[in-house]
Design a protein around this ligand. Structure first.
Ligand code: ADP
Ligand code: MG
Length: 461
């Protein structure tokens, strides 16, 4: 069993979908294949926009639905022979009528719940997977379309649903027999809760769908097909000389993606790692390129770090005050308060003097976090034991990642030396206890320069 996932750009145009077909055709294997597809490139954002326009009383959502419909119809007309187009075309129209009905309700009620957003977003993968499945079936690649929402069972956290693995594994194993030579086309990203209401697996969740299938079926490999030739030493959109990493460990790939390397959605690697399923990142537009293999026990022969990544839109919240010194419980209250508001902490630093703790969080939830902390620490703030909570904005995190770091002293010296020489001010520093990453918080305006300076320092000399 092999599981392949094709991302949004890999199904964005008729030519891209033709490349997908030739990649599948070239697979010389007797193993069954599960192929997970994302929505056509940019469609998820546009669907989200339809919902928000309708919710704010802006009728232009209708035009947007029109243009999205047109794009899907054009795609189907170009890919599927005229004589057998009618059923896919009417399916597309029927789906978009349903979407418009839902958006009309949002428009009238001025109400857009997470449950409705999940429903609206689900159209993207429903449609792309049907188009790909029909195209392949009409071009000699016989396949069965499989409804992921019937097999991936989650809780009711609609936009970032948590998978019930025992139920999901059982369901997937019952529908895809081990001893078969079939090909299944599966929409990524979407699932449903125990009541059968649609949920989604978080942005980037198609990668995760593929990992869920790979784990349930104990696949021999999980291939992530995208628009670059593998995981690179830095985001190729930011760093001109970024290089493909041909082999990398699960842990390193996880750290890089956690710190912003968008090429793979971080939760994807967990199920693969547990079962030791290799993850192979490949380029749909250059299938002959080797790509990146992610697996365990990689021994790097050269270099202490394998990559640099960054996360934008970070706020830094500092809890400071002389009253904190030597008194246990401050950090407990800090983290409990953040956890109770479901605020995810991306980075933590504590000064050794113990009188300051900084946490890096997503900027969009900084106000909520400050409010909660002001309340939780009101007593201490009023008595001057803790300073008023400070939030710093317009920050980013840059991270250096590499399993080898622990065996080599001097990585952080080299990193901060290079940043210092180039006038980049570091606001906070954190080193993972795994010694697999060093991260720094800097002004967002400095990120591009910082990544390039570090890339030169570690990879280009
Ligand atoms: P897909 O639609 O196939 O899921 P994504 O846009 O999610 O593709 O991910 C691929 C993109 O990730 C690349 O086009 C690249 O710009 C970006 N990216 C960011 N960091 C890295 C990195 N370290 N290596 C490779 N790609 C990266
Ligand atoms: Mg992606």
């Amino acid at each position: 069993m092999q599981v392949l996932k094709f991302g949004g750009s890999s199904v964005a145009t008729p030519d891209a979908i033709r490349s997908v077909a030739s990649i599948l055709q070239a697979k010389k294997t007797n193993e069954p294949l599960v192929v997970v597809v994302s929505a056509l490139g940019k469609i998820t954002d546009q669907l989200l926009q339809c919902g928000s326009l309708a919710a704010t009383g802006n009728v232009t959502y209708k035009e947007l639905i029109q243009s999205i419909t047109q794009r899907h119809l054009d795609m189907a007309r170009e890919l599927v022979p005229v004589a057998i187009q009618s059923s896919i075309l009417s399916f597309i129209i029927q789906q978009f009528n349903e979407l418009e009905d839902i958006c009309n309700s949002v428009y009238h009620l001025k109400e857009l719940s997470d449950r409705t957003i999940a429903r609206i977003l689900s159209f993207g993968e429903q449609l792309s997977s049907h188009i790909v499945s029909t195209y392949l079936n009409t071009h000699g690649i016989t396949n069965t379309w499989l409804d992921a929402t019937k097999h991936i069972v989650t809780d009711s956290n609609y936009l970032k649903a948590v998978v019930n693995f025992p139920a999901t594994n059982k369901s997937i194993q019952s529908v895809i027999p081990k001893q078969s030579d079939g090909l299944w086309i599966v929409p990524g990203f979407i699932a449903s809760d125990e009541e059968g209401r649609i949920t989604i697996l978080g942005r980037g969740g198609s990668d995760y769908t593929a990992a869920i299938f790979a784990a349930a079926l104990q696949a021999s490999v999980l291939e992530i097909w995208t628009d670059v030739s593998g995981m690179m030493t830095a985001d190729p959109r930011e760093v001109k000389h970024a290089k493909v990493i041909s082999r990398i460990s699960y842990q390193e790939a996880m750290e890089l993606s956690h710190f912003g390397a968008k090429v793979i959605y971080p939760p994807t690697l967990q199920p693969a790692m547990q079962l030791n399923i290799p993850v192979w990142i490949k380029n749909t537009f250059a299938p002959e390129d080797h790509g990146t293999i992610i697996e365990s026990n990689i021994v790097h022969t050269k270099g202490t770090i394998c990559g640099i990544s960054s996360i934008a839109n970070i706020s830094l919240i500092s809890l400071e005050g002389s009253g904190m010194i030597g008194i246990p419980g401050y950090s407990k209250l800090l983290f409990e308060t953040l956890a109770s508001c479901e605020i995810n902490v991306i980075l933590i630093t504590q000064a050794s003097s113990e009188h300051s703790i900084c946490v890096g969080i997503e900027a969009s939830i900084a106000t909520k976090a400050k409010k909660a902390l002001d309340k939780a620490f009101a007593y201490e703030i009023n008595r001057g034991m803790v300073n008023p909570i400070v939030v710093e904005q317009d920050l980013s995190i840059i991270a250096l990642v590499g399993d080898n770091m622990k065996n080599h002293a001097g990585t952080s010296g080299k990193m901060f030396g290079a940043l210092g020489r180039n006038g980049i001010n570091v606001r906070a520093i954190s080193q993972g206890s795994s010694e697999r990453n060093i991260s720094a918080v800097i002004a967002s305006a400095d990120v591009k320069k910082a990544i390039n300076v570090l890339h030169e320092e570690f990879f280009e000399t």
